[in-house]
Structures are given as structure tokens and as C-alpha cells.
Ligand binder design. Structure first.
Ligand code: NAD
Length: 626
């Protein structure tokens, strides 16, 4: 084997040497001169590439986005919001969950207003569907540049509206958005171009392809956990696929949509796209419901399983296709030989990034019996030491506020139930009212010995709780992890990559990260979505991008000057007595298993054509089988 490899290397070396000698004799250069020439050529090519890159990035226009005081600065207003206080059903009160400062009120749009928005988007979609990919890419690049130039405000506005720390905003809102734009610009067109397909046996003379046409108007309904990414995520893909977008933002994070809306409008104008291409709807469930039934061509619903079911029911009336991206309760499996030093820090991010308000966040930590106590020993002081507070208050914090009113109380109920049923509370777990804490806070909480029978075993927490569960065999951990109504993401950490891969392959989930956490989402070519109560169909990736299109099947003659579909004489009306025998012979000739059998079909076919009169008296049913 080694000798063969050495021989192969030698052969390649000899071939290269011969090539170089040939080049030297052709050019009359010495070997040193040739090397110098190669270096100069490489430098020139590098400089040209760099210049091209600089010029193309300078040609992307910067856009100006106006900001209000509350968006750009720290604001101190006397007005505070008290959760649960009565408000007019036509308005949405907006407040900062870290300080309870009132930020203002936005309209809760009526069904008629939502339908009017859809009508505007429909007009814009007619124009945009004709746009070349170059213009769509330009729009995305303008957006990307705008993100770079306004990153501080984007994160600050998200933090103000949802209570998250700035680091969580940059990681959860901005990085993934940039990755998505980058992927769409690089690869999006490749997957939306017509794709050739095989034409089949009998249609061998045809050319077959799938064309991806925009669906028209995409209606997206999104939650509050990532106010920026949840808007830009459907927007970038829908627009790149040639659609318009009507997006209903959550009533719990509407304020930020005003700033993001201005940024999007400025980018549309700079790219020469129709101004009405993106419509942002603010409102409650009724507005979401109106969007589902209001005439959009596809609905992307991102939210709870409970509301997802309502959306699917409503969409059935109008036969509107829906993608459901619902809840999750992702497992993080830690084997006895995993590198705990690395895993512990990843686990903390998996559980507590964005206050645990992640659909694909780590909720269930299955730690092998042999390292269970060690894992808890490493994690406990880190969770206990997490600083929590107002992310925009001047101090660095590890954990911010929870966005949705009432979420802290719901999370605490699950923690209390688990403790009452035997779980050990190792950190956090103390509920304070928003009034007492000055904001909607719930501390990072660590629960050990979580078991089936506790409410937290089945219910999605969507908050800052790490539940740790003990296991001792691979079969056991697979069964425990699959004992869950949800199946969104999954994560396995193991010293042996092959064993991690084998465990991951047995998990009932739409996504698996091996020796990492939720890394599939950073690979934007991959689809995002779940199984079981986590929903169906896919968003993001190639599948999600194509899902925003009508995949139109097209077939045409490959060589029209040579061969076209014509009805063979026996089948032409009035059909001939040999019509059936001809059809049977044709089927045998094309599809019979084996050449000899097919040859019999060919012979029968020729017989039909050459001796049509032989069938006149026999009738189809009496002719001999081909
Ligand atoms: N799988 C994913 O990609 C993903 C991502 C983020 C969040 N989530 C899930 O979202 C949930 C948290 O978000 P939430 O509390 O905002 O969810 P939610 O289901 O309460 O609300 C989601 C959106 O639906 C709207 N809505 C409410 N009633 C409606 C109706 N009848 N018809 C149409 N729309 C209606 C809301 O106004 C909101 O904009 C969690 O379960 C989380 O796991 C899933």
C-alpha cells in the first residue's frame, strides 16, 4: 500500500517536472525567473481582487435611519407601565421590561387594516417578482451594510424592547441575520434558478426542469424573543425569492418594529424596490388571524404550539399553505467522556442566552452518571454568580429581564412543582414581582434530579432554567430524550464523535448538533424546523428558501426539430383495432425488467405497425400477450 502511494507521488512529481521543463523551454526563462513571474502574477491578482472588493463595497450605499431619543439614548421617564393594567383594545402599550418605563403606544390594527396592508403588498409583489437577482442581492447588501453601520442602535433597541443583554442581542439577533444575508447573497440564486431533472424513460426526448416562481405575498407571524432577527429572518428570504412580505410582530415587542421598519424602508428605497414591499402589522391575535385568512399566499407562523394549531385551522378555510415553527424543549446530552471544561460554558449559553427564551434553547441537560456530580459542581457556582439587571443600566450583566408579562410567574410555577416532586434547587428559583424587582426578572435557575412526572419534564419553560437529568446508558438517554412532546433541536457532547453521531441519529428532532450547541442554525444552508409538537415544514436553508416559491414543473421537447410528441397512428381517432396491443407493446418495450423481455415488446410494436390488419378480426382482449 505504502509502496503504491510512493509510486503515485513519484509519478505526479515526474509529471510536474516535465511540465515545468516544457514551460521553461517554451518561454526561454530560467527557473528563478519563472518563480519570480509567478510571485508577481499572484500579487497582481491579489491586488486586483482587493480593489474589486473595495470598489464593490464602496458602491453599496449607506442609508440614513432616523432615531428617536428612546432608540438612541438612555431614557428616564416618569411614566411606568404596570402589567395587567387596562388598556384600550385598539392600542398596544410598549414598555421596557428591564425598567418598566413606558415607551409609548402603537395601534393594534383591525382586520380591515391588515387586509389593506395585504392589498398594498400584492401590488408591490407584482413588480418585485420581475426583479433580477442582481437587484435582490443589492437590496440584501444594502441591508447588511446598514446592519454594520447601525449595529449599536439595532442591539440597543432590541434590548430596550425585550430586556436582553447587549451581548445576547449581538449573538442572537445580529450574527445569525448577517450569516443568513451572507448565505443568500452567495448561494441563494443557485437554488432558485431552474433545476434540470431527468425526463424519464418514455419521455426520453423531453427536457424537464423545475422553475421556482415567487408565491406572491408571504404572511409571517412572529413572537417577541428576537425582535430584530424575527423580522429580518423571513424578510430576507421572502424578498430574495421575489415575494412581498406582510409581517405581524408580537404585541410584546412591537416598539422596536418602528425603528427596524424605518431601516427596512430606507434600504428598499436605496435598492429601487417598491416601497410597499414590506408591511409591518402591529396588533394582537385578531390581527394575526386576519393575516392568515386575508389572502396571503403562504403563512410562516413562528410561535407557540397552542396558537400554531389555531393558525392551521384558520388556514384550512382558505387552503393557505402554512409553515409551523413552534415550541421546543431541546436536549443537551453530555456523555462521561465529554470535555466538561468546554461543555459547561456551552451549556450555560444553551440554557441562559436570551434568558432562555429560545425555541431551540437547551432545556433538558442529560448528564452521564459518572460525571453528573462533577458537572453540577462546575455549573452551580457559575449560575449562582450570574449578575442580573437592566442591560442598559451601565453595568455589564449576564442576564436581563424576561420580555413577556407573566412569564416569570409561569416559569416559577414549573420550578416550584419540580422542587415539590423531588428536584434539587441549586441556584435561583426566587420570584419577585415586577414592582419589587423594578422589572420582569427571574433569576438564572438550576434544577438537579429532574424526572418524569414533573410538569417541567413535558412543558416548554422558555425561561432561564437549566434542568439536569441523570443517565447511565446510551439506550436510556435516547429513550429519556425522546420522551418529550417536542422535537425541534438536539445536541450531543461525547469524547467519541462516532458515538455522539450515533446517539444524535436516534433522537426525534428536526436538527442535531454534534459536539456543539444549535450550530445547525449557523449553517444557513440547512433547513430549520422540528417534528412532533415543534411543527412541520421547514424555514431557512435551501428547503425554506424554495418553500417560498411555487415549484413549477416544466417539460419541453429537447430537440423539437428532430422529435415531437405525436399521437401514434393506432391511437388516433377513430382508434384502430390494434390500439390496445400497441399500448401494451409500448409498455413492455420501455418498462419490462430485462432486455430480452423488452425486445419482445419491440417486436410486438413492430408487428402492430407493420401488420395492422392482423388485429382487425381479433379484438384487443384476444391478441397474444406481447
Ligand atoms: N420554532 C421556532 O422557530 C420558534 C422561534 C421562536 C419562538 N418559538 C416559540 O414561540 C413561543 C413564544 O412566543 P409567543 O409567546 O409570542 O407565542 P404565541 O404563539 O403566543 O404568539 C406568536 C404570534 O402569534 C400571534 N397570535 C396570537 N394569537 C393568534 C391567532 N389566533 N392567529 C394568528 N396569530 C396569533 C401573536 O400575536 C404573536 O405575534 C414559544 O413556544 C417558542 O418556542 C418558536
Amino acid at each position: 500500500m505504502e509502496a503504491a502511494a510512493a509510486d503515485a507521488v513519484k509519478a505526479v512529481q515526474t509529471l510536474c517536472r516535465a511540465g515545468i521543463d516544457q514551460l521553461l523551454s517554451l518561454t526561454g526563462l530560467t527557473e528563478t525567473q519563472l518563480i519570480q513571474l509567478a510571485i508577481v502574477a499572484a500579487v497582481v491578482l491579489g491586488v486586483v481582487y482587493l480593489l474589486k472588493d473595495v470598489v464593490s463595497s464602496l458602491l453599496i450605499p449607506s442609508i440614513k435611519v432616523e432615531t428617536t431619543d428612546a432608540e438612541a439614548n438612555d431614557i428616564i421617564t416618569a411614566a411606568k407601565y404596570t402589567p395587567g393594567q387596562a388598556v384600550d383594545k385598539d392600542v398596544i402599550p410598549c414598555y421596557d421590561p428591564s425598567t418598566m418605563q413606558l415607551l409609548g403606544h402603537l395601534p393594534a390594527m383591525s382586520a380591515a387594516e391588515v387586509r389593506a396592508r395585504i392589498a398594498k403588498a400584492k401590488e408591490a409583489a407584482k413588480v418585485w417578482r420581475q426583479s433580477p437577482f442582481s437587484q435582490r442581492r443589492r437590496l440584501l447588501r444594502i441591508l447588511l451594510k446598514a446592519v454594520m453601520e447601525n449595529i449599536d442602535t439595532i442591539c440597543r433597541v432590541s434590548s430596550r424592547d425585550s430586556g436582553k443583554p447587549l451581548l445576547d442581542a449581538v449573538l442572537g439577533e445580529v450574527v445569525v441575520t448577517c450569516e443568513k444575508i451572507h448565505w443568500l447573497c452567495r448561494e441563494g440564486e443557485r437554488y432558485l434558478k431552474p433545476e434540470r431533472r431527468s425526463a424519464g424513460i418514455m419521455s426520453f426526448y423531453k427536457s424537464a426542469r423545475v422553475e421556482f416562481h415567487p408565491v406572491g405575498v408571504v404572511g409571517a407571524i412572529v413572537p417577541w424573543n428576537y425582535p430584530f432577527h424575527n423580522v429580518l429572518n423571513p424578510l430576507t428570504a421572502a424578498l430574495f425569492a421575489g415575494n412581498a412580505l406582510v409581517i405581524k410582530v408580537s404585541e410584546h415587542a412591537s416598539w422596536s418594529s418602528q425603528y427596524y421598519g424605518r431601516l427596512i424602508s430606507a434600504a428598499l428605497a436605496a435598492a429601487g424596490a417598491p416601497a410597499d414591499l414590506v408591511q409591518i402589522v402591529t396588533g394582537y391575535g385578531e390581527a394575526g388571524s386576519a393575516l392568515v385568512t386575508g389572502g396571503v399566499d403562504k403563512v410562516i407562523f413562528v410561535g407557540s404550539t397552542q396558537v400554531g394549531k389555531l393558525v392551521q385551522r384558520a388556514a384550512a378555510d382558505t387552503l393557505t399553505p402554512v409553515v409551523l415553527e413552534l415550541g421546543g424543549k431541546d436536549p443537551v446530552i453530555v456523555a462521561e467522556d465529554a470535555d466538561l471544561g468546554t461543555v459547561v460554558q456551552v451549556a450555560l449559553k444553551a440554557a441562559f442566552l436570551n434568558g432562555g427564551q429560545n425555541c431551540a434553547g437547551g432545556e433538558r441537560f442529560f448528564v452521564h452518571d459518572k460525571v453528573y456530580d462533577k458537572f453540577l459542581g462546575m455549573v452551580t457556582p457559575l449560575v449562582q454568580g450570574m449578575r442580573q439587571g437592566n442591560p442598559l443600566g451601565g453595568e455589564v450583566v449576564d442576564s436581563g429581564a424576561l420580555c413577556m408579562p407573566g412569564l416569570a410567574e409561569k416559569v416559577h410555577g414549573l420550578v416550584e412543582d419540580a422542587v415539590a416532586r423531588g428536584a434539587r434547587l441549586l441556584a435561583g428559583g426566587r420570584l419577585r414581582s415586577a414592582q419589587e424587582a423594578g422589572g420582569q426578572f427571574y433569576p438564572p435557575t438550576l434544577l438537579a434530579d429532574v424526572r418524569p412526572g414533573m410538569a417541567i419534564w413535558e412543558e416548554e419553560v422558555f425561561g432561564p432554567v437549566m434542568s439536569v437529568i441523570r443517565w447511565s446508558s446510551d439506550d436510556e438517554v435516547v429513550a429519556l430524550a425522546n420522551d418529550c412532546p417536542f422535537g425541534l433541536g438536539s445536541n450531543v457532547f461525547c469524547g467519541s464523535q462516532a458515538r455522539a453521531r450515533s446517539i444524535a441519529s436516534r433522537l426525534e428532532a428536526g436538527m442535531s448538533s454534534v459536539n456543539d450547541f444549535a450550530t445547525t442554525y449557523m449553517c444557513q444552508s440547512l433547513p430549520f424546523g422540528g417534528v412532533k409538537h415543534s411543527g412541520f415544514d421547514r424555514f431557512a436553508g435551501v428547503e425554506g428558501l424554495r418553500g417560498l416559491c411555487v415549484p413549477k414543473a416544466v417539460a419541453e421537447d429537447r430537440f423539437p426539430w428532430l422529435m415531437k410528441s405525436t399521437i401514434p397512428p393506432p391511437w388516433q381517432h377513430p382508434v384502430q383495432p390494434n390500439a390496445f396491443a400497441f399500448g401494451r407493446a409500448l409498455v413492455t418495450m420501455f418498462y419490462a425488467p430485462g432486455l430480452i423481455y423488452q425486445a419482445r415488446g419491440l417486436a410486438a410494436l413492430l408487428h402492430c405497425l407493420v401488420f395492422p390488419g392482423a388485429y382487425a378480426s381479433r379484438g384487443a382482449g384476444k391478441t397474444k400477450a406481447a
